[in-house]
Ligand binder design. Structure first.
Ligand code: FEO
Length: 167
């Protein structure tokens, strides 16, 4: 059984994960509009990962006998100044998600709910990877100045990213 406070906090996090999916889909749509198909693919796959994060939590709340309550999603931004700025925004968003996962973990620790703590460990680890991946992409873009042949080569590389759901 989940406490009311933890259930509410998990429902808020489910909303944030679905918003992340929506936000990255909006980024993917923008990148398609500027003919960066590889980057568009990268964020399309990222959106699928966020859907997985949301559904993993959705199913956990049910497994714990809780009630999932879905909330409205904010309208995501549709336009970005450059591909570097877009990925910097994605990194800022991931940092915000990391903070929210940590706050959720703080509640689970305070309530001494071991199953929620154990469940959230996966998200804590995942956030390290999420932030690192975005940071590396920004570093690569800065190396090539975010333009020219370097940008096209990187765009080509990103076409190969696929989503592999966990077993
Ligand atoms: Fe679900 Fe990118 O954090």
């Amino acid at each position: 059984m989940l406490s009311r406070k933890l259930q509410d906090a998990l429902n808020e996090q489910i909303n944030r994960e679905f918003f992340s999916e929506y936000f990255y889909l909006s980024m993917s749509a923008y990148l398609e509009s500027v003919e960066l198909e590889g980057f568009a693919n990268y964020f399309n796959v990222q959106a699928q990962e966020e859907h997985f994060h949301a559904m993993k939590m959705f199913n956990f709340v049910h497994d714990k006998g809780g009630r999932v309550l879905l909330k409205a999603l904010k309208e995501p931004r549709a336009d970005f100044k450059s591909v570097i700025k877009l990925i910097e925004e994605a990194l800022d968003h991931e940092r915000y998600i990391t903070k929210s996962i940590n706050e959720l973990m703080d509640i689970a620790i305070k309530e001494n709910d071991h199953s929620v703590k154990s469940f959230l460990e996966w998200y804590v680890d995942e956030q390290v990877e999420e932030e690192a991946t975005m940071s590396k992409l920004i570093a690569k873009l800065k190396l090539i100045n975010g333009e020219g042949l370097g940008l096209l080569t990187l765009d080509n590389e990103l076409l190969t990213r696929t989503f592999t759901p966990e077993a």
